[in-house]
Write a protein that binds this ligand. Structure first.
Ligand code: 4NP
Length: 142
């Protein structure tokens, strides 16, 4: 089965594009993967420079990705929507029109919890560690 997975954070310029690239690297052709933000401030922009630089040191090239906002049709187009933190999860649950998608936390395979937002914490390497560990865990589960 080919999974259709959408990773969601607030701005779609730090955590969710990193998760998109990490899942793509782990799952390869077994999944179609995209990312989006609950907010619209950065629509059309590439991932945040310091996030791109940190990701590249782990072999993840984010440069071709562009931010977009979550839309109601995503709940039909994807079968798994992964929230990077509890606020993202609550915002997604509030806009879920009752589509096919299962809504879950991105860190669910590691026991749940939030990926702290490195846009504010400035801990890009710490966020990468979590994102990569969870991507490996999803790959062994899906
Ligand atoms: P992200 O981080 O949700 O991981 O992409 C953020 C980036 C920018 C903003 C918020 C979060 N912002 O408010 O501009």
């Amino acid at each position: 089965m080919t999974h259709r997975i959408l990773c969601v954070c607030l701005g779609n310029i730090c955590r969710s594009p990193t998760a998109e690239a990490a899942l793509r690297a782990e799952l390869g052709g077994r999944a179609t993967i995209d990312s989006a933000g609950t907010g619209n401030w950065h629509v059309g922009k590439p991932p945040y420079g310091p996030m791109q630089a940190a990701a590249l040191t782990r072999g993840l090239d984010l440069s071709a990705l562009r931010a977009r906002q979550v839309r109601p049709a995503d709940f039909q187009r994807f079968d798994l929507i992964l929230a990077m933190d509890a606020t993202n999860h609550a915002d997604l649950a509030a806009m879920d029109p009752g589509g096919a998608a299962r809504l879950a936390m991105y860190l669910e395979p590691l026991g749940g919890g939030d990926v702290p937002d490195p846009y504010y914490t400035r801990d890009f390497d710490g966020a990468l560690d979590l994102v990569l560990r969870a991507a490996r865990a999803w790959a062994s589960r899906l």
